[in-house]
Design a binder for this molecule. Structure first.
Ligand code: UDP
Length: 566
């Protein structure tokens, strides 16, 4: 187990167990043993064999579960899930009891999403007190502040997704919320978009804003101007993103259980209220073999890894400690899991396929199709062994396909676990060829140069101290006089890749992902506002479930920063 210094620092700061006086009392090897043992305890037969399989799966960095599982498995009352959606009804009782649930979830490493659209708008009547309502944005601010303070005592920053539907009377204030003094830094904000709204934008008609308490139209606004406001704010601040509610519900595996209104914080899992989901990611950079001096996808190892990973995630549902009875009921009813990927950009670089190429898109579809179909096969065979998920008879799988899990796949951002596995994030392109990782511990960690790039240059005998200094200086290899053209193309970074390819990768993976894909379309600082409009529009046309953009420099607390040493 060879770990980079970044992985080591992250494991030490957040994941390895400590005694009451704060001294670290386990090694990374013991961490994986602890997790494997706990997850294998769900097995009826051959617990020891499964423990070994799960241990190897993680210790080889072929697969890692989401952070709460790594942090909490095997601890008394260990909460293992990353993603939750909670209800917010139009009452103080609901708003503040959900705030309490939020605090408990954040304290234990989970993230929470909510749709605030049931709340009456700002200035609306409160019959019991004779006063007027503060409206959803005021309450989002309270949730944001609470998150800030829970963070101090918790293991990591609690993340939130706040959604307001596009027909809510407070939608304009919501769109502008991040440009006010209060930056709502613990929230991602997304507008809940419907197909009717998109039609109104296309046909340039008026759009009605409706009070959810009375059903009355409070205002009609030109759909196009609302669209323009969304797009210009996203250009300025990165928020709001969009979530496409009709697309999500078209793919809801159990429509009888109700309409899905929200996703988890980063958008990869649409969930019912009180539902939670366990995620895990395959490390694609490890799913390669060498043949005749060439690297190929190792489909066999990929298949074996999927088999063990889906079983692992299903076990997590069984051995999880649920913080609320409602969460236990909803989660064990649908048994949703989300197996995704990390290391996609690294895999492509090692296969010598540029990210911005047709070949990459085709391979992305092929790989995700394979992952989805194998995941479903494993879930089906688990259903034979352990029984179908309880609400299966109401699901789209009934009666032809017995399934253990209502969903199998999600593409998570893998913000921490890809650092532990020392590979590229999720399906994102390389962010920079050299960079500082900033923000994970609230301090600067250290510089990293992409190891695949170093290997390629070494193989050509072109790796020199001069080149190293140059790459560390700029974070890019595009202006180098030493790096050959083909290598430059392979190591294009996120901002150097046209947005069209970012979006096409998201579509390629979404096609074969039953939940959703978390992806940020990174844009250079000079990108015009019209491009953001085009991206948001195309995302809807592509049938994506949500979309987020980030224009370089538009947020002060950027998690990753291209490396500049001077
Ligand atoms: N998440 C969170 N706080 C964080 C990072 C993540 O609550 O600081 C939750 C959130 O629901 C997110 C999910 O974990 O959508 C998965 O994020 P990621 O893949 O980055 O997590 P990792 O497993 O790498 O820690």
């Amino acid at each position: 187990m060879k770990r980079t210094s970044n992985a080591q620092q992250l494991l030490q700061a957040r994941y390895l167990l400590r005694n009451p006086s704060g001294k670290i009392i386990e090694t990374p090897h013991e961490l994986f043993k602890r997790v494997a043992k706990h997850v294998a305890s769900a097995e009826k037969k051959n617990k020891g064999g499964w423990e070994q399989t799960f241990y190897t799966l993680m210790a080889n960095f072929h697969f890692l579960p989401n952070s709460p599982t790594l942090m909490n498995a095997g601890l008394p009352k260990g909460q293992l899930s990353a993603c939750f959606v909670l209800p917010v009804e139009d009452s103080l009782d609901s708003i503040f009891s959900t705030l309490k649930s939020t605090a408990l979830i954040h304290q234990n490493g989970g993230g929470t999403g909510y749709n605030f659209s049931k709340l009456r708008p700002h200035g609306d009547r409160i019959v019991s007190s004779g006063g007027t309502s503060s409206g959803p944005i005021a309450f989002i601010k309270i949730y944001n502040t609470a998150t800030e303070h829970v963070k101090q005592g918790g293991k990591r920053r609690g993340a939130n997704m706040g959604i307001l539907n596009v027909d809510h009377p407070d939608i304009e204030a919501f769109i502008l919320a991040k440009s006010e003094g209060n930056k709502l830094q613990n929230f991602n904000l997304s507008v809940g978009i419907t197909n009717d709204f998109m039609k109104a934008v296309k046909e340039d008609t008026d759009w009605n804003l409706i009070n959810p308490r009375t059903g009355e139209v409070t205002k009609a606004i030109r759909a196009k101007s609302l669209w323009g406001l969304i797009v210009s704010q996203a250009w300025k601040t990165g928020d709001p993103g969009l979530i496409f509610l009709d697309t999500i519900n078209k793919h809801n595996p159990i429509p009888d259980q109700g309409i899905i209104q929200s996703t988890n914080p980063c958008g990869e899992v649409p969930l019912l209220e009180y539902e939670s989901c366990n995620l895990g990611s395959l490390n694609l950079s490890k799913m390669l073999k060498s043949e005749k001096d060439e690297k190929r996808v190792d489909w066999e190892i990929l298949e074996k890894t999927i088999e063990a990973s889906i079983r692992f995630l299903d076990n997590v549902i069984s051995v999880n400690h649920y913080l609320l009875p409602q969460i236990e009921t909803q989660t064990t009813n649908t048994r949703k899991v989300g197996l995704g990927v990390m290391g996609w950009a690294e895999m492509l670089a090692r296969l010598e396929i540029p990210y911005a190429s047709e070949e990459a898109i085709e391979l992305g579809e092929k790989i995700m199709h394979f992952i989805q179909s194998k995941s479903y096969d494993v879930s089906e065979s688990l259903a034979g062994e352990r029984g179908v998920f309880p609400s299966w008879t109401n699901s789209i799988f009934h009666p032809n396909r017995p399934m253990r899990n209502a969903t199998c796949n999600s593409i998570a951002p893998t913000g921490s676990i890809s650092i532990i596995a020392d590979t590229s994030y999720s399906i994102e392109p390389l962010y920079a060829i050299a960079y500082l990782r900033v923000g994970i511990m609230g301090n600067k960690i250290q510089t990293e140069i992409n190891p695949a790039f170093v290997e390629s240059m070494k193989a050509l005998g072109l790796w020199t101290e001069k080149l190293k200094a140059e790459v560390l200086e700029t974070g890019s290899v595009q202006h180098s006089k030493i790096v050959p053209k083909e290598i430059k193309k392979l190591f294009e970074t996120s901002l150097e890749i046209p947005w069209e390819y970012h979006l096409r990768h998201q579509r390629a993976f979404q096609k074969f992902t039953d939940n959703a894909v978390s992806k940020t379309i990174n844009l250079s600082k000079e990108t015009p506002v019209e491009t953001v409009s085009e991206i948001y529009w195309t995302a809807w046309e592509y049938g994506l479930k949500g979309i987020t953009i980030y224009r370089d420099g538009s947020k002060a607390d950027q998690v990753l920063q291209a490396c500049r040493l001077n």
